[in-house]
Write a protein that binds this ligand. Structure first.
Ligand code: UD1
Ligand code: UDP
Length: 363
């Protein structure tokens, strides 16, 4: 049996990897080892996702934890290389654009092991984003690139990659959404917080460019306070953001306001229920731009650019830049505009299966 390693490390990796693992496993052709780098480690950033998405408990945990980019990436390379030396796989599958994706790609390619990149070819062309560096570096050495949309395939072709190594098979994050959608409705979070369907705004914020900058984070909090005067707001806070909020003593500004619900990171089912039923979403997340498009929920993205332009051209996403001061006026504009439901090619719940059938031919 050929051996495949499947790499996860951060919250979104589980959502993207689970459908691919299940599809490959059902072929009964591969010995699959799931390697968790440990980049994310809190229960609500990792284990809850493994359980809810019915993903295999990782076989190996590198337990690298948090650190600066250099430290975290270097630790993963060092630890994963030890695994590779013992267990030479025939291929390594990496997902998305996090530090774990880059580090495991480097370790594998230096040992001449094939790398398969899923969610390849996305480009923001903004090298100030750590994720853009990761995407570009992974795609420059990966052997096989699976993309979520045609524009991502075109980006790869423009960079000189051969067409034969690119496969547009759709979005595995949407596979998870489709598979578990019936479970989202069972979440009792709306009742718990007294929220009504379509009557609140969901905020998520975790990009370093928004939350690691004191002035910007302060403005984001001020904007949420202004918006909460007219709309109920729900803000599940990412650990990076919570650390910054606490460092700057900002929590007390928002925690007792009657119209703002604050929470820590939510499990997948709760979060998807909150997202699906929101009037609109204000975010800087990558995955949420895609999920909100699938749900037909309007999304305001607080960034200057996006590596997911299809969510604007064919979906519900609007880029509002990161001037921050304009968030409340942008909400006022968008809330009056008609809703849009779109169906992007291959964002249909079967991407993992299609990917597995290609992998069957190449590995
Ligand atoms: C990482 C990814 C980002 C992705 C996000 C998904 C990189 C470069 N960034 O960002 O692309 O959008 O995950 O959520 O890979 N922390 C905890 N508990 C945890 C994990 C993190 O408290 O389980 C805190 C630590 O203080 C840590 C900080 O969050 O230093 C940031 O974590 P890190 O994994 O470095 O980056 P993210 O911002 O999570
Ligand atoms: N998510 C979740 N709970 C939360 C926030 C996010 O379940 O509190 C899910 C959601 O499905 C989202 C995914 O995690 O699409 C990715 O999260 P994040 O925004 O952290 O990462 P990105 O997509 O920006 O890399």
């Amino acid at each position: 049996m050929k051996k495949i390693h499947l790499i996860v490390g951060a919250r979104p990796n589980i959502i993207k990897a689970s459908p691919v693992y299940n599809a490959l496993e059902s072929l009964n052709k591969y010995d699959i080892t799931v390697v968790n780098t440990g980049q994310h480690y809190d229960k609500l950033m990792m284990d809850t996702f493994i359980n809810e998405l019915e993903f295999k408990a990782p076989d190996i945990n590198l337990r690298v934890g948090s650190g600066s980019h250099g430290t975290q990436t270097a630790k993963i390379i060092t630890e994963y290389e030890k695994v590779l030396l013992k267990d030479k796989p025939d291929a390594v599958i990496v997902f998305g654009d996090v530090n774990s994706t880059l580090a495991c790609t480097i370790a594998a390619k230096k040992m001449m092991i094939d790398v398969i990149h899923i969610e390849s070819g996305l480009r923001s062309y903004d090298k100030d984003m750590p994720e853009e560096i990761n995407r570009m570096m992974v795609d420059s050495v990966a052997d096989y690139c699976f993309t979520t949309c045609e524009d991502a395939s075109l980006n790869l072709i423009k960079e000189g990659r051969s067409k034969e190594s690119i496969f547009m098979m759709g979005n595995t994050m949407i596979d998870s959404l489709v598979k578990f959608e019936s479970k989202f409705n069972k979440s009792n979070l709306l009742d718990k917080y007294g929220l009504s369907v379509q009557e609140y705004i969901l905020f998520t914020m975790h990009r370093p460019s928004n939350v690691d900058n004191e002035e910007k984070l302060l403005k984001i909090i001020e904007q949420i306070i202004i918006i909460s005067k007219e709309h109920r707001c729900f803000f599940p806070i990412h650990p990076r953001t919570m650390n910054r909020i606490k460092d700057l003593n900002l929590l007390k500004k928002i925690e007792d306001l009657p119209n703002i619900v604050l929470s820590g990171p939510l499990g997948y089912f709760d979060f998807m229920n909150i997202q699906k039923n929101a009037r609109l979403v204000v975010t800087d997340s990558g995955g949420i731009q895609e999920e909100s498009t699938y749900f037909g929920v309007q999304c305001l993205t607080v960034r200057e650019n996006t590596e997911r332009p299809i969510t604007i051209t064919e979906g519900t996403n609007t880029l509002i830049g990161n001037t921050i001061d304009n968030i409340s006026s942008e909400i006022a504009n968008i809330i009056e505009s008609p809703k849009k439901k779109s169906a992007i090619k291959y964002w249909d719940g079967h991407s993992g299966y299609r990917i597995s059938k290609i992998i069957e031919n190449i590995i």
